[in-house]
Design a protein around this ligand. Structure first.
Ligand code: ADP
Ligand code: UDP
Length: 256
């Protein structure tokens, strides 16, 4: 088989040229970083879990009409996506205070916010992804006013979908990061949700116990990251529990 052309290698993923024009293969690595690469480890199986979890979320979004780059999963670690023009902006949506919001503003972690708060960060590792405002995005041509309106609307729809999806399996969506990219159709363009949505880019707390089921387990040395991500995958029904039948769905069982 001919070698695939590498398009980009980042901290957590590799992009290869896809089989058709306008497509890319997104490969999920086991590499795990925090603090802009200051903390690093290779956590076996993390890429497989994120590939499956991101697939599940992106498919769900597609199915309710929220456009994403996701086309289909190719194998355990790879998915086929549409190649998009990424906006150099990370969008963070917060429902509950945690992380940098708590650190910067002194709001205690776990405080329910009165409404979802959206923040924008510049994607720039050298500058440590600084927070930016709408004015910065427009002044420096990182996004137009229309793009900003579209990013906010997409972010709120993703937040509603993801909060519901997670709450349905006993998980609180505290916050998450997403990225968007532009797809051209002749002279017209629209933004779609791109990159990944996985426990690497969300804060997920067990609704009953508050147990962390996201990358904070790695950032704060709270135990096994793959156990936490596997728990999310199991609850979402995309990975069997130990001892559960795999393959065909189990039929109904009588309860005595
Ligand atoms: P980083 O670049 O921060 O190290 P990753 O290792 O996750 O992060 O790299 C994946 C890169 O691929 C990111 O820079 C992301 O913006 C980019 N990307 C994600 N989805 C697409 C897409 N559909 N088309 C083009 N680029 C994408
Ligand atoms: N996040 C991310 N990538 C980043 C920065 C943040 O995926 O480069 C996610 C992070 O996992 C969390 C949310 O965005 O779900 C908000 O992160 P925060 O600003 O609190 O940053 P942190 O505490 O990680 O420094």
């Amino acid at each position: 088989m001919a070698r695939r052309r590498l398009v980009y290698e980042g901290k957590a993923k590799i992009l290869y040229e896809g089989p058709e024009p306008g497509t890319l293969i997104q490969h999920f690595k086991d590499d795990t970083t925090a603090g802009n690469g200051e903390k690093f480890d290779v956590i076996e199986g993390k890429g497989v879990l994120n590939n499956r979890i991101s697939e599940h979320i992106m498919q769900g979004l597609n199915s309710i009409g929220v456009p994403t780059h996701f086309i289909r999963r190719l194998n355990m670690r790879e998915q086929l996506v549409r190649s998009v023009e990424m906006l150099p902006v990370e969008i963070v949506v917060r429902n509950v205070a945690a992380g940098s919001l708590s650190r910067r503003l002194g709001i205690e972690e776990g405080t329910q916010l009165p409404r979802p708060i959206i923040e924008f960060y510049l994607k720039n590792d050298e500058l440590h992804d600084p927070m930016i405002t709408e004015e910065h995005m427009i002044a420096f041509n990182w996004a137009t006013q229309q793009d900003i309106d579209d990013m906010i609307s997409l972010a709120l729809r993703v937040n509603d979908f993801l909060s519901g999806l997670m709450l349905g399996v006993g998980i609180r969506l505290i916050d998450f990061k997403m990225e968007t990219g532009r797809i051209w159709d002749g002279d017209f363009s629209r933004l779609v949700v791109a990159d990944e949505i996985s426990p690497d880019s969300c804060r997920l707390w067990d609704a009953k116990t508050g147990r962390k089921l996201d990358k904070d387990v790695f950032r704060r040395d709270l135990g096994s990251l793959s156990d936490a991500y596997s728990e999310v995958a199991r609850r979402l029904g995309i990975m069997p529990r130990p001892g559960e039948e795999t393959g065909r769905r189990q039929g109904p069982k009588l309860v005595h």
